[in-house]
Design a protein around this ligand. Structure first.
Ligand code: FES
Length: 355
C-alpha cells in the first residue's frame, strides 16, 4: 500500500485521472496560525469531554434517587421528574461526545488530505501466463485431446443428469392446463349461500352489526370443515375483507348493483401484485394499501389500482344476506384471485371506466 501525503494535488488531475480532485482546499486554520487559539481549542475539547462523566454520574443518581412517581410542573405541563432527568442527562452526554469529536477534528486533528490509488484488480501478466500454461498441461494430461470419446462421454454423462432434474418438476403439481386451472387456482370455495364469517372467531357477520368505516377480515364458513394442506390452500385463496362505506360516497357500477348490501362490500384480501395479504385500510379515502410494495386499491371504486405495481383491480365477491340478515356469498369470485400468471386471462377484470 502506498500513501501519497503530498500537498501538491496537481498529480490528481493528471490525464490518467480524468475526474477533477474533489478534495479539501488547502487553507490555514486559525488554530494552526495562532498557537494560543490552538491551545484554547484543546482546552475546549477537554472541557467538553470532562462533562461527560459528570452527566453519566448524574444519570445514575437520577435513576436511583428520584422516586418513580415524582412529577415536575414546567410551563404548565406536568411530567415525570425521573423521565425528564434521565433523558436530559443521557441526551446531553451523547451530544457532548458528538460536539467534542467534531470540534477536535475541525480544530486540532491534522487536515492533510491522504490519497490512495486503487491498484488494478487483474493478476500480473506473468501469473496469468503461468495459469494458462498449467491449464494447458492439465488438458494435455487428462488425455481428452487424444481420446475424443472421453470428452463426448463426459458431456453426455453430465448432460443426462439434467433429465432427473426436469423430472423432479413434476412434484410441482399437475400441468396447469386451462381445465386444471379452472379446478384449482381459478376457483375458491366461495359459492352461492356460503356464510361469511369472522376469520378469528368464526362468528357469522350480520349486516346490521357492521359500522360505516369498519373493516373485517373474513372467511367462508365452509373453510373450517377442511383440514391440513387443503385447509391452507383454500384459506390462501378465499381470504376476504369486508368493508362498509357510506353509499353516497362510493361508486357502484351498474353491473355490480346487487353485489353489495347497503354499502357493505367484500373484496379478496390477496394483493394482485405478488399475493401479499392486505388490510391496511384508510377509512377516509376508501383506499386499501398493500404493505409489501405499496399497491393501493380504491375499494370505493370496485377495487381499481390507484397506485403501485399491481396491474389488476382487487377481485370483488358478490354478496347478499340470508333471511336473518347474515352476509352470504352470491357466487364464487368472477375472476381468479391473487397475483398474475402467464396464462391468466385479464379480460374480465374490472378496469377504471367500466360500468
Ligand atoms: S404484493 Fe402487494 S404490492 Fe406487491
Amino acid at each position: 500500500m502506498s500513501l501519497d501525503t503530498s500537498h501538491d494535488h496537481s498529480h490528481v488531475n493528471a490525464p490518467d485521472h480524468p475526474v477533477p480532485d474533489p478534495g479539501l482546499h488547502e487553507e490555514e486554520r486559525y488554530t494552526d496560525a495562532d498557537e494560543r487559539a490552538g491551545a484554547r481549542a484543546y482546552r475546549q475539547v477537554v472541557g467538553i469531554l470532562a462533562a461527560i462523566p459528570v452527566l453519566a454520574i448524574a444519570f445514575v443518581v437520577a435513576y436511583f434517587a428520584i422516586p418513580i412517581d415524582a412529577t415536575l410542573h414546567i410551563f404548565g405541563a406536568t411530567m415525570k421528574a425521573n423521565h425528564l432527568l434521565l433523558g436530559l442527562t443521557l441526551g446531553l452526554g451523547v451530544l457532548a461526545i458528538g460536539v467534542a469529536l467534531i470540534h477536535w477534528s475541525r480544530t486540532i486533528m491534522g487536515d492533510e488530505e491522504v490519497v490512495e490509488y486503487r491498484h488494478s484488480a487483474a493478476s500480473p501478466a506473468d501469473s496469468r501466463e503461468e495459469a494458462a500454461e498449467k491449464w494447458a498441461i492439465g488438458v494435455e494430461q487428462s488425455g481428452i485431446g487424444r481420446r475424443k470419446l472421453l470428452g463426448t462421454g463426459l458431456a453426455g454423462g453430465v448432460g443426462i443428469m439434467l433429465v432427473p432434474a426436469v423430472v423432479l418438476l413434476a412434484d410441482m403439481g399437475p400441468w396447469p392446463t386451462a381445465e386444471e386451472r379452472k379446478k384449482t387456482i381459478e376457483k375458491t370455495i366461495w359459492a352461492p349461500g356460503v356464510p361469511i364469517v369472522n376469520d378469528v372467531n368464526q362468528v357469522p357477520l350480520r349486516a346490521s352489526d357492521i359500522a360505516v368505516g369498519q373493516l373485517i377480515n373474513a372467511q367462508p364458513a365452509t373453510l373450517f370443515e377442511l383440514h391440513g394442506a387443503e385447509f391452507q390452500t383454500e384459506k390462501a385463496k378465499s381470504s376476504l375483507i369486508v368493508v362498509r362505506m357510506e353509499l353516497n360516497s362510493i361508486r357502484i357500477p351498474t353491473s355490480r348493483q346487487d353485489w353489495h348490501v347497503d354499502g357493505i362490500l367484500a373484496y379478496s384480501k390477496i394483493c394482485t401484485h405478488v399475493g401479499c395479504p392486505i388490510s391496511l385500510w384508510e377509512q377516509q379515502t376508501h383506499h386499501l394499501l398493500c404493505p409489501c410494495h405499496q399497491s393501493t386499491f380504491d375499494l370505493g371504486n370496485s377495487g381499481v389500482v390507484v397506485f403501485g405495481p399491481a396491474a389488476r383491480s382487487l377481485p370483488q365477491l358478490p354478496i347478499t344476506t340470508d333471511a336473518q340478515g347474515y352476509l352470504i356469498a352470491r357466487s364464487d369470485f368472477t375472476v381468479p384471485v391473487g397475483p398474475s400468471y402467464f396464462e391468466r386471462n385479464s379480460e374480465n377484470d374490472f378496469k377504471e371506466g367500466d360500468d
